[in-house]
Design a protein around this ligand. Structure first.
Ligand code: AMP
Ligand code: MG
Length: 508
């Protein structure tokens, strides 16, 4: 993993041999080495008659696991929680957090079990089961996750990875007929998630006022993930506060870039509580998320978010607010408020830099000019006023200067779109990019396939009938969402009318 570039490198396969038994993996348990109070050692509660619905060959390769292992009883036993990861120490971790802006106190892995970390050439990767039973942090919950939300998490992790957006990954999904009681009776599933770490802002918040434990967690995270924060540049003071401030600057940058990436693919997280914010700037805890179909700036993807706290256009500000919650924890270690503020102060610039850089490429521009802000503003206004399809508007823009048909078709009233296109064409004339190159470059950054709610819904329904085919199809398309594949036109279409009635909520 390369934290410096802000992106995680997940090569399709790693060099070196792949293990043909999980027992041959190199497994460590660094998180388990933290003192008592950070976690509870316990075993998952397996599901009745678990079946492997899908396993991810690409993520297995990252972990150094041969595809043949994915079909073995040994693999099913581990990803269904029946057996520990060989060499792993299974635990549930504690954390706290702000939910919808309100301090919620202690939360923690209420339905997740960390199995241990696999040492790979790219660094350690933790394996975590979600939906694997009750823990001391379950509060009123049943420790389970329903098939619906598990398929959604599985698909979203891989869709984000395909878009090059930092995210936790998903290795496998296991299903069972065990009933789970939500608004209706549903069935249970377990997703195996993969990430270098599942530490959240809320993991730090948990130790507000507890200097000793906060120091331990901070040292753990800096040593493992931000070792550069220990190095002082010439002339810089190196008090024991400095590494923390450097870590915060880095987390600020990673978080800003992650949210900029969300904004420019039309992704809404849905529950940006501080306990769902990764310290590594990974998109995590996929619940009622959504990739927008028709663009609406204030789109709310989570039906339970009645006030629109986590609407699309509020996400950048919420992330900054969350960073302040993280930063203020370190008052406990005697850091000055002013220094903490300073460490988080680059957020807006970091965000805008990444946001403009993404947009520059999406619009096929060679450089970003101040005036481009107006062009983009007008673009959002145009899309918003007609709820034009987010993904297809960007995708069809590549060809629009030559052949505007497909682009204009996305608008009920094409006249304002034509006008905008006119100013866009003028902007293009001010640069020296050969047309063919501009077009090509745009098709490489504007996806054709995106994990639309209705596509996820169809995959869920098929999965409910025991058919993983749609999951397989979506994973294959979303792994490389930029390359048009003949025969898959259905997956590149605007959402059908019934998709508007789909509601996703916190219920999971
Ligand atoms: P989430 O909304 O999934 O991010 O979860 C927020 C908190 O509630 C976390 O501490 C979860 O572990 C916990 N939680 C959510 N659903 C359940 C459940 N069904 N059983 C136990 N804990 C849960
Ligand atoms: Mg969560």
């Amino acid at each position: 993993m390369n934290m410096e570039s802000g992106k995680l490198d997940f090569p399709a396969s790693q060099t070196g041999s792949l293990v043909t038994s999980l027992a041959d993996l190199r497994v460590e348990n660094s998180y388990a080495g933290l003192p008592r109070g950070f976690h509870t050692f316990l075993q998952p509660q397996p599901l009745g008659d678990p079946k492997l619905l899908h396993a991810n060959v690409e993520v297995a390769a990252i972990l150094g696991i041969d595809p043949s292992v994915l079909k073995s009883p040994e693999f099913l036993q581990v990803v269904s929680g029946e057996q520990p990861l060989p060499g792993g120490r299974t635990l549930a971790a504690v954390y706290s957090g702000h939910q919808f802006g309100v301090w919620a106190g202690q939360l923690g892995d209420g339905r997740a079990h960390l199995l241990g970390e696999i040492i790979t050439p790219q660094g350690p990767q933790e394996l975590q089961l979600k939906g694997s039973g009750r823990t001391p942090y379950s509060r009123m919950g049943d420790g389970r996750a329903v098939l619906r939300s598990s398929v959604r998490e599985y698909l979203a992790s891989e869709a984000m990875a395909g878009l090059g957006i930092p995210t936790t990954r998903a290795l496998a999904i296991v299903v069972s007929d065990d009933p789970v009681y939500r608004e209706t009776v549903e069935t249970a599933a377990i997703v195996t998630r993969v990430a270098p770490s599942f530490v959240r802002f809320g993991s730090f918040q948990h130790w507000t006022g507890k200097a000793e434990q906060l120091r331990i967690l901070t040292d753990y995270v800096i040593d493992r993930f931000f070792p550069q924060a220990r190095e002082s540049s010439a002339g810089e003071a190196n008090s024991d506060h400095q590494p923390i401030l450097r870590m915060l600057r880095k987390v600020t940058r990673l978080t800003a870039r992650m949210v900029a990436d969300w904004q420019t693919v039309g992704f809404c997280h849905g529950v940006m509580n501080t306990d769902n914010m990764s310290i590594l700037g990974l998109t995590m805890d996929y619940g009622p998320y959504g990739f927008m179909d028709g663009f609406q700036a204030n789109h709310i993807c989570n039906h339970s978010d009645t006030s629109g706290r986590y609407a699309w256009n509020v996400q950048p500000a919420v992330a900054h607010w969350n960073l302040y919650r993280l930063g203020s924890v370190f008052l406990t270690l005697g850091l000055e408020e002013e220094d903490l503020r300073e460490a988080l102060s680059s957020y807006q610039d970091d965000f805008l830099q990444a946001y403009h850089s993404n947009l520059r490429r999406k619009f096929g521009l060679q450089t970003w000019l101040k005036e481009d802000e107006q062009l983009v503003d007008d673009w959002w206004r145009l899309l918003h006023s007609q709820r034009a399809d987010f993904t297809l508007a960007f995708r069809t823009l590549a060809d629009a200067p030559v052949d505007p048909q497909a682009f204009l078709k996305l608008f009920h009233d094409p006249e304002p779109a034509r006008q905008w296109l006119h100013s866009y064409e003028q902007r293009l004339q001010a640069q020296t990019f050969p047309e063919a190159e501009r077009r090509e470059s745009m098709l490489r950054v504007n996806p054709l396939y995106v994990l639309r709610n209705h596509l996820a819904q169809e995959a869920i329904e098929a999965a409910g009938r025991g058919d993983p085919g749609e999951i397989e199809t979506l994973i294959n398309l979303l792994r490389d969402p930029y390359t048009e594949r003949p025969g898959f036109e259905y997956y590149a279409q605007e959402a059908p009318e019934w998709a508007q009635r789909l509601e996703v909520s916190c219920s999971s």
